[in-house]
Design a protein around this ligand. Structure first.
Ligand code: AMP
Length: 420
């Protein structure tokens, strides 16, 4: 056992999972391209203030979960806990607002949150996120939600449930908050300590509490949908109509408020019950004021993020396999040490022709090399001996049928041509 182990809540992605993660990330980038999204990569850490301002001081993320540190220059920094704040910062800083609207960006990156680790919940995890900036159109909300679902469908993830709600805007939400605060204050004794603090600071955040007792009281809380203004109602109605046009099924949850302060109007979440207690596979919503609040133009926007490990968990639960171990097309074996350099050279030549090639290293007898080829599930072996080098014709063995023939390198390459 090594002296060192990985830090709690982090993960080693061993080859199979690493390849799957890579596959999902790459699939997302090309899938989202069809909707007009382009990849953006922002730094892993930012000024802490960026997140505090957008996500909200009284959210779980900022109060309990952010990895904050001072660098050697005394700057207050944080590992990003989510992607939207960074994308919006980059959007303003790089004048992306000059591009045709909506500007559509996808990011694929690790996030960091000091949460209690459990199945599907890590302290460093991957998200695939999308942001569409510069339009208030409810048709865009529908397109974004459909993209989110459609990507999961394209990966064959089944039994998804889409929950939507409207969280109102800055005109109508204060009215709702007042009513909510009154309701919560009257029941304060029934809430946990964090909730009772939040009743005063930011009552909406009480909905984020995962404690059963708190959730029970909240089930009777006033609904935001009863308090939103006419414009927001109309906006939400249109979102629903457009979703129906796209044949997207949804459930309205009037208590869905999402754990970030920046959301306005449409909020949504996609859940998958087979994931257990961490059943949210994606979540998002509108953030119509964030860009202006950061000092940018007055541009409404909408975005969402998937939890990539949760997509991977769904794959496991549904026995979806994407990869089998990549077996070598050809295993290059040498008869004596003297031919090792030729084997090395021939391996390189074959790889240049896009074949998957392994060869034997260390001191090994030919027999043991062929055993290794078997273990690697190689399809064929090419044997390089003194004779072969002289004649330019190598022993090419089909490891399944054990048939062998003498072939030139070119003939070996041609054997694979039809399958490549
Ligand atoms: P959020 O940024 O909180 O809206 O989360 C978006 C998605 O990221 C969620 O629906 C989850 O799928 C995923 N997610 C959030 N937190 C974690 C975590 N600690 N570990 C793994 N996935 C997470």
């Amino acid at each position: 056992m090594s002296k060192y182990t990985r830090v709690r809540g982090t993960q080693d992605f061993l080859p199979e999972r690493a390849e799957l993660l890579h596959f999902i990330n790459e699939s997302a980038v090309s899938f989202f391209e069809n909707y007009g999204y382009r990849l953006i990569i922002t730094p892993t850490f930012e000024n802490s203030e960026l997140f505090k301002r957008s996500v909200g001081e009284s959210t779980d993320i900022i109060q309990k979960e952010m990895y904050e540190f001072k660098d050697k220059g005394g700057r207050d920094l944080a590992l990003r806990p989510e992607g939207t704040a960074s994308v919006v910062r980059a959007y303003i800083e790089n004048n992306l607002g000059e591009l045709p609207k909506p500007v559509k960006l996808i990011y694929v990156s690790q996030m960091f949150r000091y949460e209690r680790p459990q199945a599907g919940r890590y302290r460093e995890f991957w998200q695939i996120g999308a942001e569409a900036i510069g339009s208030p159109d409810p048709a865009l909300d529908a397109e974004v939600i459909e993209l989110c679902l459609n990507f999961l469908n394209s990966l064959a993830v089944k039994d998804l449930k889409l929950i939507i709600n409207s969280m109102g805007c800055r005109n109508c939400r204060p009215g709702y908050i007042k009513v909510l605060k009154k309701f919560l204050s009257e029941k304060e004794a029934l809430f946990c300590k964090t909730c009772s603090q939040r009743i005063e600071q930011n009552p909406l955040r009480v909905f984020d509490c995962k404690q059963k007792e708190c959730q029970k009281v909240l089930s009777e809380a006033p609904k935001i949908s009863d308090y939103i203004c006419e414009e927001d109602k109309e906006h939400f109605e249109k979102v629903k109509i457009y979703l129906k046009t796209l044949n997207v099924e949804f459930v309205i949850d009037p208590h869905l408020v999402r754990g970030f302060d920046y959301y306005t109007r449409t909020a949504f979440e996609i859940t998958l019950s087979s994931l257990g207690s961490q059943d949210a596979i994606a979540g998002g919503g509108r953030y119509d004021y964030l860009i202006k609040d950061y000092g940018g133009p007055d541009e409404p926007a909408i975005g969402f993020a998937f939890g990539t490990e949760r997509i991977m968990l769904a794959f496991e639960n549904q026995n979806i396999t994407v990869f089998t171990e990549p077996e070598p097309d050809v295993f290059v074996a040498w008869v004596e040490e003297a031919q090792k350099s030729d084997a090395l050279r021939i391996s390189a030549m074959l790889r240049e022709k896009h074949l998957r090639v392994s060869m034997a290293f260390d001191s090994r007898k030919l027999k043991s090399q062929l055993k290794l080829a078997d273990k690697l599930n190689a399809n064929t072996a090419l044997i390089v001996g003194e004779e072969e080098i002289k004649s330019g014709k190598y022993t090419f063995k089909d490891l399944e049928s054990a048939k062998q023939e003498k072939l030139t390198i070119e003939e070996v390459v041609n054997k694979f041509k039809d399958n490549k």
